[in-house]
Design a protein around this ligand. Sequence first.
Ligand SMILES: [Fe+2]
Ligand SMILES: [Fe+2]
Length: 196
Amino acid sequence: MKTADDSLGLLVRAGLPDDLRVLYARYPRGDWNTVHTIGQLGAFWLERHAMFRDFGRLLGSGLEDLREGRVTADRFAKWFAPRLNHFLGDLEGHHQVEDYQYFPLFAAADVRLASGFALLEEDHHQIHALLERNAETANRFYHDLTTGDERLPFSRDAYAVEADALLKGLERHLEDEEDLLIPLLLDQGERKFGGY
Ligand SMILES: [Fe+2]
Ligand SMILES: [Fe+2]
């Protein structure tokens, strides 16, 4: 799916545009939990995002260990499969909660940020496509890992390309979402969104 403004695409933009930084200007990252205390809901969001970043990087470093011969294919396959499934499944679930439960509330709470939540929802579609390509290449890779197929170096590298693309898009999305959402929660308080 394309954004109305292609320069705001997930894999292109360098952050939120200025018009979506109206609250961020008042609640910049450097003030989070120093000048302004983030509540339970905001803290939960940041923890989930930190977990996704950690998972993505962990999978990347595991792949590097395999490539460098620091782990056998068999051991790597046993380590990799449950973690990748967990990562992909949790991410999908997280986006669904955001799209259906929270983003409509946030968008309605401050109309100046509504287009930002639409942008994040569009990111979710793009990330979904990246997740599907990730899963497809991972299946091939896992098959070659567990059968000793000689094409393993190729399926491993094909998976690595998709994993990098996913992580890159995901990191952009998580940061922009935090920059939009946390200032809104700080500005309006969390009670109206079910937090405290
Ligand atoms: Fe999101
Ligand atoms: Fe999120």
